[in-house]
Ligand binder design. Sequence first.
Ligand code: ATP
Length: 306
Amino acid sequence: LIQLAIPLNFIGFVYREIRQGLTDIEKMFDLLDVQAEVVDSPDAKELVIDRGAIAFKDVHFAYDPARPILKGISFEVPAGKTVAVVGPSGAGKSTLSRLLYRFYDVQQGAITIDGQDVRDVKQKSLRAVIGMVPQDTVLFNDTIAYNIRYGRTSATQAEIEAAADIAQIGEFIESLPEGYGAMVGERGLKLSGGEKQRVAIARTVLKSPPILILDEATSALDTRTEQEIQAALDIVSQNRTTLVIAHRLSTVIHADEIIVLKDGGIAERGTHGELIDRDGLYASMWNRQREATQAEEMLKKVRESD
Ligand code: ATP
């Protein structure tokens, strides 16, 4: 037994060492909610992109069979257009983006890109055409340049800097004592949620994908950061098929269509103006958010005058 215990101990030691090294990658996968059970079918083909039109067709999905999240969702994101999904917390907004990226498979219905079911194509080819700006971007314990270059490893320093400028983070990086060589991540400089999201946008600029998924951070950002991120996204989403998972309504005003998700279905859909005129769920969410923003601004003024 002792003879067996020693090698087992040793294996445990090696395993822990390797695991430690893998934590960054694991964390990234955890955050992205990657599920290993989604695998390529034996006859999976390369995804062929024409103009990058997305269609959700009668999509049903549940993480737990006892609790359906999406109960027959159909909508399209026409090539080059922007569609925003809004709705109460837990309505399944982020789930839609995870299904498009194929972290999970739909249980009924289908999701297609240029007419090809995402389940029938190689995952690598699917993910190569989608730029994902997640809610919370994981940074590697490396330089900020490395973290941006991750979008396209062949990118030059000049391209990295241009991407950072488009993502409205260039000036901030240049203000750091070590500039693009500054170490970030858990063992380096900790960036704020808004800064991390801009690093993710810079990565996406380098990747230059035909399809973009933006899963907005839930956390509140200050007005200036929000405006900077919005400006970056307006540039990046131009002429790209864009799905915005919106947790704040200020980013959806210019979307070509807004989908309001509630109780597993689409409660309302239309442009911002149409939905305000309708005076339904979207209009009440909008009014509530506006009141909250006004209250916050008033509080800030009171604090500043103290
Ligand atoms: P929010 O605006 O709060 O981010 P959301 O509309 O994006 O919400 P989702 O993240 O899509 O909501 O989650 C929809 C529901 O599915 C939630 O009730 C959530 O608790 C549940 N859920 C999400 N991820 C998982 C998971 N991996 N396993 C089980 N349930 C999950």
